[in-house]
Design a protein around this ligand. Structure first.
Ligand SMILES: *Cc1c(COP(=O)(O)O)cnc(C)c1O
Length: 391
């Protein structure tokens, strides 16, 4: 127990202690903190990018499924938990992603930690972008495959590693995110696809932050760049732009049939409950019928970047709805997020170990809940905070 206390004390000293922050959701991107010395907050930390978590069609579809089918699916998919709405959602996802088939998982974390170990194991190799999400790292570790990390978004480094090491292993898997969760930038997907083809590897693309947001039909960056036929597997979550919970993997029928047999986080876990599957189906309908939502989201994200620049702040480059501002030290990130909090803006101070040491940042996510005035307010408050806390 002493060891645990010492660990937490050290985290606190390094401004790295993680603490839960209780809030009440008031809707429309507003939060009421339990700590009533704080004002009502504009939520700049939510991944509910398209505001679908409150969309009437999503709520109605969820409610209908709940009333018709009950609160639980009652079992895993391979037992009696495999409902018609699970199949329907998988068909919709496969269509959206331009793949033959899709498979649902309990969450994105479960998808990555289930899919990667099913595809590769001892004697195999994974080439993984250094900034890939923790669930990808954990999937790689769990697989027992040799994992080689290439420099973030650096196809030259990937190529170098493939040339030197691919030959020494049986199977090879390349894993990237299409939009990076902490940097908000986009991977050079066409180049990555070219390399994986040249070096006989499978490619898994994590579209957690792209699904519903990018692409003419909201299918993600893969769709936008016309690469569906050349990407072996893509995954994404229903917990971000799609406004509810759960995740999917989209691939060929063969790969999906294989994962039904070998994806342990799929096999040994209860199927998603009807209310969640209903919400996901409703969300896909909205994505299909209201393309103006993603257009507005990306327009407002560009606007927010401009407001920051007008305040003399340079966000990390990118064109996504994730707008990080690098501040360096964890203590400064914490002081700035505190300043914003006290003035009505909730944003995440992302610190080591989530990001590399010295690269602590404020991560703003723009959502359809926030209007241009809200965006301008946040940019102005950040400028004020920076003036009060010179680095
Ligand atoms: C959020 C996220 C996940 C995990 O998805 P959940 O459904 O929240 O478990 C996986 N990969 C990336 C890149 C993410 O940002």
């Amino acid at each position: 127990m002493e060891r645990l206390r010492a660990f937490l004390d050290k985290r606190r000293q390094e401004s790295g202690l993680r603490k839960l922050f209780p809030v009440e959701k008031l809707g429309h991107g507003r939060l009421r903190p339990q700590d009533n010395s704080l004002p009502e907050l504009l939520d700049f930390s939510s991944n509910d990018y398209l505001a679908l978590s409150e969309h009437p069609r999503v709520l109605a579809a969820s409610r209908a499924a709940l009333e018709r089918l009950g609160a639980s699916s009652g079992a895993s998919r391979l037992m009696s938990g495999n409902l018609a709405i699970h199949q329907e959602l998988e068909q919709q996802v496969a269509r959206l992603k331009g793949q033959e088939a899709a498979l649902l998982f309990g969450s994105g974390y479960l998808a990555n930690t289930g899919v990667i170990p099913a595809l590769v194991g001892r004697g195999d190799v994974v080439f993984s972008d250094r900034l890939n999400h923790a669930s990808i790292h954990d999937g790689c570790r769990l697989s027992g495959a040799r994992t080689l990390r290439f420099r973030h978004n650096d196809p030259n480094h990937l190529e170098d590693l493939l040339r030197r090491h691919r030959g020494g292993f049986r199977r090879s898997l390349v894993v990237v995110e299409s939009i990076y969760s902490m940097d908000g930038d986009r991977c050079p997907l066409a180049e990555i696809v070219g390399l994986k083809e040249k070096h006989d590897s499978l490619l898994l693309v994590d579209e957690a932050h792209a699904t519903g947001v990018f692409g003419p039909n909201g299918g993600g960056v893969i769709e936008e760049e016309g690469l569906s036929a050349r990407v072996d597997l893509s995954m994404g979550t229903f917990g971000k732009a799609l406004g509810s919970y759960g995740a999917y993997l989209a691939a060929s029928r063969l790969l999906v049939d294989y994962l039904v047999n070998c994806g342990r986080s799929f096999i040994y876990s209860t199927a998603l409950p009807p209310a969640v599957v209903g919400a996901c189906l409703g969300a896909l309908e909205v994505v299909a019928t209201e393309p103006e939502r993603r257009a507005e989201l990306l327009k407002n994200s560009g606007l927010f970047r401009r407001f920051l620049q007008e305040e003399g702040i340079a966000p990390l480059p990118g064109n996504s709805q994730i707008v990080p501002v690098l501040v360096g030290e964890a203590g400064l990130a914490l002081a700035l997020s505190r300043h914003l909090l006290e003035h009505g803006v909730f944003t995440a101070a992302v610190r080591p170990p989530t990001v590399p040491a010295g690269t602590a940042r404020l991560r703003f996510s723009v959502t359809c809940h926030l209007d241009p005035t809200n965006l301008q307010t946040a940019a102005h408050l950040l400028a004020q905070g920076l003036a009060n806390n010179p680095a």
